[in-house]
Design a protein around this ligand. Sequence first.
Ligand SMILES: *[C@@H]1O[C@H](CO)[C@@H](O)[C@H](O)[C@H]1NC(C)=O
Ligand SMILES: *[C@@H]1O[C@H](CO)[C@@H](O)[C@H](O)[C@H]1NC(C)=O
Ligand SMILES: *[C@@H]1O[C@H](CO)[C@@H](O)[C@H](O)[C@H]1NC(C)=O
Ligand SMILES: *[C@@H]1O[C@H](CO)[C@@H](O)[C@H](O)[C@H]1NC(C)=O
Ligand SMILES: *[C@@H]1O[C@H](CO)[C@@H](O)[C@H](O)[C@H]1NC(C)=O
Ligand SMILES: *[C@@H]1O[C@H](CO)[C@@H](O)[C@H](O)[C@H]1NC(C)=O
Ligand SMILES: *[C@@H]1O[C@H](CO)[C@@H](O)[C@H](O)[C@H]1NC(C)=O
Length: 500
Amino acid sequence: MEYNKLLARSFSHYEQNMIGCWAFGVFLIITVLTYYFALISNPSSLASIPILDTDPQLRMLVFRDTSSTVHQLYTDDDPVTKTEVKEIIKEVIKVEDDINDGQTKQELVKLPPVCNVSDQKFDICDIDGDIRIDGKSSTILYTSSSKNGFFAGNDSWRIQPYPRKTDKGAMKNVNEILVKPFFTNDSNAPNCSRYHSVPAIIFSVGGFASNHFHAYNDVLVPLFLTSRQFNQEVQFLITDSKLAWISKYKVILNALSKYPIVDLDKENDVLCYKKVILGLNFHKFLSIDPLKSPKNYSMENFTQFLRNAYSLKRSSAISMTVKESGHRKKHPRLLIVSRQRTRKFSNVDSIAKMAKSLGYQVIIEEPSYAKDASTFTEMVNSCDVMMGVHGAGLTNIVFLPPTAVFIQVIPFGVEWVSTKYFAEPAPDMKLQYLEYKIAANESSLIQQYPIDHAVFKDPHSIGKQGWNVFKSVYLDKQDVNLDVERFRPTLLKALGLLRK
Ligand SMILES: *[C@@H]1O[C@H](CO)[C@@H](O)[C@H](O)[C@H]1NC(C)=O
Ligand SMILES: *[C@@H]1O[C@H](CO)[C@@H](O)[C@H](O)[C@H]1NC(C)=O
Ligand SMILES: *[C@@H]1O[C@H](CO)[C@@H](O)[C@H](O)[C@H]1NC(C)=O
Ligand SMILES: *[C@@H]1O[C@H](CO)[C@@H](O)[C@H](O)[C@H]1NC(C)=O
Ligand SMILES: *[C@@H]1O[C@H](CO)[C@@H](O)[C@H](O)[C@H]1NC(C)=O
Ligand SMILES: *[C@@H]1O[C@H](CO)[C@@H](O)[C@H](O)[C@H]1NC(C)=O
Ligand SMILES: *[C@@H]1O[C@H](CO)[C@@H](O)[C@H](O)[C@H]1NC(C)=O
């Protein structure tokens, strides 16, 4: 009876500490018991007791005791409650099993799930352990237990690694990857063909990523957010991959990872890693929330990173004194982004002429991504002011030097996307933002609809008819004939901002 109480008490004392350190707990108990029995049987033998030795007789004693009923251990005047005793017995059995096997048992701690699907924009899995990736079947197998515990329940997911999860239009072009646990003793588990010591990040470049804005918004900024912390010691496994996409953005991809990119869908080997992140983090449109990101990365850090990757020289725009701008000694460079197919400026030459009269050096350029991206990024970086009609080409503001001025010309009806995609992110890039909303008489829509039509009076009602109708009316069939005199004060204001 004395011994039973001692056992119970010694466990209850250490109970709190024992979560996660069973071995230490057992070590203490065995030590106490060893001393106790040694003292009873032969007080003089104390000095020679091998404390760490898992004496078979002693373990049998512990085991026999835990197999005895709760009532034998429990007495009414004992402060240890019945439930506590039950718990202690369970724990002793588990610890016994561990010692017997010399390895971790499954009945340890239930580990948190490896995938987090609670964000509205993205699903992400962060997996550690023995991870086997079978590209052909788009399957990631991870070990069902680790030294810290085990995964219970149905810890399987189907994840689309593209951070736009509620957008059906995008997600229908995104591969689905099965994530599921496996037992290492399962002979059906695929054997590794290649082992990698660096972590892997798996993401899709399907969805809308062929569009320049979405490439940055949906993939490159989220990828920076997810991978920059590894300081290039990370490998990218890309699904829905296209060679043209990879080659267009290879400078950025190579600056984030120094290992070859794996085309996951074409991979015939089983690739094994110790750490895998499936999916990309996303905070907000074309930007980063430093409070949520590893190492407090900001959008400023992203554009800084881009300038390094592309070896862009300028990290601030021209700075003029009042005198200099008055005498036009310094000519700030104005880039007019000129779209060619939709949302065109129909009078780009008169805009350029007016800008020159204000002292600007004017560059008119259609963003052509097929061209060597490096030449284009350098040209953007050389400018102090960039203006253009809302569209994917404006994504190139990421290459402007901080303190440069960015003027967004907002066509009729597209305020919301203009605000979300460019107006809000611009200050995070340390750009000075101006916008110019065109009037009905500057829109080509005036030739297609009477001025009292819902297209002018109630753009919201057009939006309600669905994205395709909205897109067709305002984005695909609208050109801009800028009222140069009405626009002039905006360009003057930009000059003023460069003077600060
Ligand atoms: C899961 O994601 C949500 C939303 O991003 C986040 O708030 C939460 O902390 C995450 N949970 C875990 C366990 O990481
Ligand atoms: C467990 O997850 C797998 C994969 O997502 C799914 O196919 C299966 O139906 C799930 N099983 C249960 C019982 O929910
Ligand atoms: C594999 O191990 C788990 C626990 O580790 C066990 O439940 C299962 O029976 C084992 N399967 C085989 C085939 O040995
Ligand atoms: C993996 O290798 C083990 C041992 O060599 C073998 O028993 C098992 O069948 C192999 N598994 C597969 C799926 O080939
Ligand atoms: C990140 O920012 C928060 C809030 O400003 C600050 O408490 C924290 O120390 C910062 N972390 C790092 C790594 O700079
Ligand atoms: C991020 O940008 C801030 C502000 O420029 C800078 O202080 C910080 O060092 C940058 N962080 C990294 C990791 O480059
Ligand atoms: C266009 O409309 C604006 C007001 O919306 C007006 O100030 C301007 O004079 C008009 N321009 C032309 C060329 O009619």
